[in-house]
Design a protein around this ligand. Structure first.
Ligand SMILES: [Zn+2]
Length: 386
């Protein structure tokens, strides 16, 4: 999935404002859910001293359930449930969603508790703490400033500042400072998102907010949201200006729309990495373009099932994309909404998607090679990871 975030503030409900009643899981879904491996354990072959890097995780799609409850209680937010297990179906996928837009409804409750900058700061801090607990060596966390600001009338630039503050807090421990003193990059950097479905005017506000965080760890611009109805061609100027201002660029594409969207992201937006990109499989020319230009895909397997972009894990095109010479990485997208972690995604890629040990290691290496790191930081991660 993708940040996807948000409602269209001008065309009203596209399903984001309301909190949908969770549906009972079908038998097939129960089988899918029960087939998940226990989170937290990497496939054995990955305990290889190679750094674990995640490039595609939405911090606004990754709020601890306990934090949702706690913020809700302390802020007087009227949540749909008042204990963890009752709340879970409202913020976690318990059933496949019919499409990306339906998937995005799960963000509604998370957004309800983003009432103020302290709440935003806490959510950002906990994201980095949780990544460290997962033993992720380097993480690029993305978020949509307008999406996080809109529900409670916050200033998007204030949201960026609060996110940067939260990340800084998490990176202020002795252990995290020691890593940086040893030459490693900070454990997390940030990516600002333009949510397509807010339209182009809000897009400029999101870009401006992202640029306000450029000296505090925001390194790139991404495009997410309702891909099928808001094509990348609307945002070419935003991306050009972002590049001129020194940001790297990524775009979600080929998730809810087809191979043309992937081609547009590469040729029109000049994105350096593609979020998902899986529907490039529908067009040999799009695959050839990705392979020739060595544009890496940020693959998020469970998310693709949850948004119904792919019917089953065994149908996932990652294996075929690799066979076409396309570089790919493995990522979580929205850990708390999908109920997964990064180790889980590597495990299912190995156990259910046909990736060999060598494939997993190639994905791991591609993540390191295509992260927004300096050569020195990349080398330090390589030599100091145990
Ligand atoms: Zn995403």
């Amino acid at each position: 999935m993708s940040t996807r975030q948000g409602s269209d503030s001008t065309t009203s409900a596209r399903g984001f404002e309301g909190i949908s009643q969770p549906l009972p899981a079908t038998r097939a879904d129960a089988e899918f859910l029960s087939s998940r491996s226990a989170p937290g354990t990497l496939p054995g072959t990955m305990r290889n001293g190679f750094p674990l890097v995640e490039l595609h995780r939405h911090l606004d799609g990754n709020v601890r359930l306990e934090t949702v409850l706690d913020l809700g209680r302390s802020r007087g937010v009227d949540l749909p449930a008042d204990d963890l297990e009752s709340l879970r179906p409202y913020v976690q996928i318990m059933d496949r969603e019919p499409d990306l837009v339906a998937f995005l409804q799960k963000f509604a409750v998370l957004r309800q508790v983003m009432t103020d900058y302290d709440a935003v700061r806490r959510i950002a801090r906990e994201n980095v703490e949780d990544a460290a607990a997962e033993r992720i060596d380097y993480l690029e966390l993305r978020f949509s400033p307008w999406f996080m600001a809109e529900a409670h009338g916050l200033d998007p630039k204030g949201v960026v500042e609060a996110v940067c503050d939260g990340v800084d807090e998490a990176l202020s421990t002795d252990a995290e400072r020691a890593r940086v003193a040893a030459g490693l990059p900070p454990r997390a950097r940030l990516i600002g998102i333009i949510s397509r479905n807010f339209g182009t005017d809000i897009g400029w506000i999101e870009l401006e907010a992202a640029l306000a965080g450029k000296d505090r760890g925001v390194v790139a611009l991404d495009l997410a949201g309702d891909e099928a109805n808001y094509p990348g061609s609307l945002f070419v100027d935003h991306f050009e200006q972002a590049r001129d201002a020194g940001l790297r660029t990524i775009a979600h594409a080929g998730e809810a729309d087809g191979a043309d969207s992937v081609r547009q992201a590469v040729l029109g937006l000049k994105a350096e990495r593609i979020g998902h990109g899986i529907r490039a499989i529908e067009d040999p020319a799009a695959m050839a373009l990705l392979a020739e230009r060595e544009i890496p895909l940020e693959i998020c397997p469970t998310s693709n099932i949850h948004t119904s972009a792919v019917p089953t894990l065994s149908d996932h095109p990652l294996r075929a994309l690799l066979d076409h010479g396309i570089r790919a990485t493995i990522n979580t997208d929205d850990p708390s909404i999908s109920g997964i972690d990064l180790a889980h995604e590597y495990r299912i890629a190995h156990e259910e998607m046909g990736l060999s040990d060598q494939d997993l290691q190639a994905c791991q290496k591609t993540a390191l090679d295509t992260a927004f790191l300096t050569p020195t930081e990349r080398q330090a991660l390589l030599t100091q990871t145990t």
